[in-house]
Design a protein around this ligand. Sequence first.
Ligand code: ADE
Ligand code: ZN
Length: 342
Amino acid sequence: MTGYLPHSDALKRLANKLPKTELHLHIEGSLEPELLFELAQRNNITLTYADVAEVRAAYQFSDLQSFLDIYYAGAAVLITEQDFFDLTRAYLERADADNVVHVEIFFDPQTHTERGVDIGVVIAGLRRGLLWGEATFGITNKLIMCFLRHLEEQDAFTVWEQALPYLQEIDGVGLDSGERGNPPEKFKNIYAAVREAGLPVVAHAGEEGPAEYVRSAVDVLKVSRIDHGVRCIEDPLLVAELAEARMPLTVCPLSNQKLQVYPDLADHTLKFLLDKGLCVMVNSDDPAYFGGYVNANFDACIEALPLTEMDIRQLAKNSFEASWLPESVKADYISQIETLQI
Ligand code: ADE
Ligand code: ZN
């Protein structure tokens, strides 16, 4: 493969250096094993793992649920405001190293409130971390609260009511956790209430669930972005409609590989969707569990897929177009992406 390698190295250098946003990141999924052990010790929690190597060895997943079981167990070490701050700071250090300049991160309040951790403690720690990232690196941010879709809509209403005193700290609402058997329509009423309160909404759809779930997230929940969405390709008309609307899909390639959506990254549809004119971009989802942050995702895609220099620049541009940044800021970054040379 001589001749291919230098080209792919140059593309990686470009992808790594371009300014980017990250729009699909579960902050609990950025808990690296080292911090997991540190927080367990600080909070007197006994882990079932002997050491960091054993934790990493356990990160082999057969599907989304097999990951979620380990992910929710890991989140149990997060208890105090300082824990949530430390978690956010660690993520932003990694984001800065990848030239991510703006983040829109998810958190799962129900994972914490059901263990007796107050939602106000969670939000205070995350917000302090985000402020630190802005002051230290200039990384701007949005915070998105997600409902767990394996629970009932009534549970989502309960956590929404708990969040009401902190609404000025929350920039949007999303939907995550086990997708199969939990269609977007299940959350129709709570999404109507959230939209009524003036917040933008997003939802995971078409990760493991069918293309229909992508359609109902758009039509019923009225989302402004789809998280994952890769299974939309099973409905060519839907693909055309998503392209026409420039409805963003926050694609997470290494996540899809590790959760066996596309066990071989060479089969990933990122390039296909980009060629169809969809507003797709590259995100890390749960980087501590899936093998890397945004640049690692770019590197893996450059190795596995026939991406061109124009594709790399387009993915970075899409990450700004799909963000909730002001239009003038987006335009500024997009022109930087068009002109940056390596
Ligand atoms: N929560 C954390 N990561 C998730 C994913 N990839 N899909 C659904 N829910 C999640
Ligand atoms: Zn996700």
